[in-house]
Write a protein that binds this ligand. Structure first.
Ligand code: VTB
Length: 313
């Protein structure tokens, strides 16, 4: 079965309201206030939707997050049974400092079709569509993955662009990429959009690699699965997190997850830009209206569009 088409515009509305809430905090150096406003608005919209929804990736576990916590039930309980992964404010630093590329993001699937990733780090490697299945692998060397991708794209490593979070933990990868003369797009935060660059027509990025958040990995995988892209991931767990992951039902802690392990069946994905970004324009706050731009994807309906909506304040 597919997700009923009418949910897409309701979910777009939820990320747009969340983005608007956060937009009032742009440049105000108040990450907590911005996140809270986004969470409150998203939850408020969810609870108007005729769905039997459950948060499977959210702001944290019940005892650490007052709202949109993992396991929280949302919606009127009257409609389809859906699982939701949410990141009401992806890029808190960007909003706090008025920098580009903050988004309000969600993904929806039918029940039990999204990977319940714990809130830990995750290794990721992702590439775009129309490439041989399982072309790259986390266990290959950086050099091998770049050569495989260059060959599949009928080009050379110096023409490949890789996006990666600029972090000391990636120094070794970055130096290997530099040695191969690969083009780098270093990002300070926001690896959901970092991964979407791969499938964005206007972006030169060919591959994403490195360690970022697990929940963000699932959101990015949802988007990629609508575009036919590929991602492989593996959780990065310390000893406490390993215990938590086991409690969540993860048996093989070192398992490599491919996109079909992370996202099953139909999926919807919405990302509304808060500050202006490479992928979409941010919230435009006018006197009586505000305008929002949302990347809206629905896998089964093959919808891949940017909604431009005006909302009355
Ligand atoms: C990651 C990344 C996110 O925060 O979670 C990052 O996936 C935090 O990484 O997109 P560090 O602990 O190294 O700072 C984001 O960049 C933004 O939420």
């Amino acid at each position: 079965m597919s997700i009923k088409a009418e949910y897409l515009k309701l979910f777009v509305n939820a990320t747009e309201k969340a983005a608007y809430g956060a937009s009032k905090f742009i440049g105000k150096n108040d990450k907590i206030g911005a996140d809270q406003a986004a969470v409150d608005n998203m939850r408020n919209e969810f609870n108007k939707i005729n769905m039997d929804g459950k948060i499977v990736i959210g702001e944290g576990e019940m005892d650490e997050a007052p709202m949109l916590f993992i396991g929280e039930e949302v919606g009127t309980k009257k409609g389809q049974k859906l699982d939701l992964a949410v990141d009401p404010l992806e890029g808190t630093n960007f909003v706090a400092k008025n920098l580009p590329n903050s988004f309000s993001v969600l993904a929806a699937s039918e029940q039990n079709n999204l990977f319940f990733a714990p809130d830990t780090y995750m290794e990721k490697i992702a590439i775009g569509s129309n490439l041989p299945k399982d072309l790259v692998d986390l266990d290959n060397s950086v050099e091998k993955n770049i050569c495989l991708l260059a060959e599949a794209k009928n080009t050379t490593p110096n023409k490949i662009t890789v996006c990666i979070l600029e972090r000391p933990r990636h120094n070794k990868i970055i130096s290997s990429l530099r040695k191969m003369n690969v083009n780098l797009k270093l990002i300070s935060d926001g690896d959901v959009s970092g991964i979407i660059y791969i499938v964005d027509q206007n972006s030169p990025v060919d591959m994403y690699m490195g360690i970022g958040g697990g929940p963000e990995g699932v959101l990015a995988a949802a988007a990629l699965s609508c575009y036919g892209g590929q991602i492989q991931t593996r959780l990065v767990l310390n000893s406490d997190e390993s215990i938590r992951a086991k409690k969540m039902g993860i048996i093989d802690l070192k398992k490599k997850y491919n996109i079909d392990d992370m996202i099953k069946g139909d999926v919807m994905f919405c990302a509304t830009a808060i500050t202006n970004g490479d992928l979409a324009d941010g919230i435009k706050d006018q006197k009586e209206f505000y305008e929002a731009n949302t990347i809206a994807l629905h896998k089964d309906a093959e919808i891949n569009t940017i909604f431009k909506n005006k909302h009355k304040k």
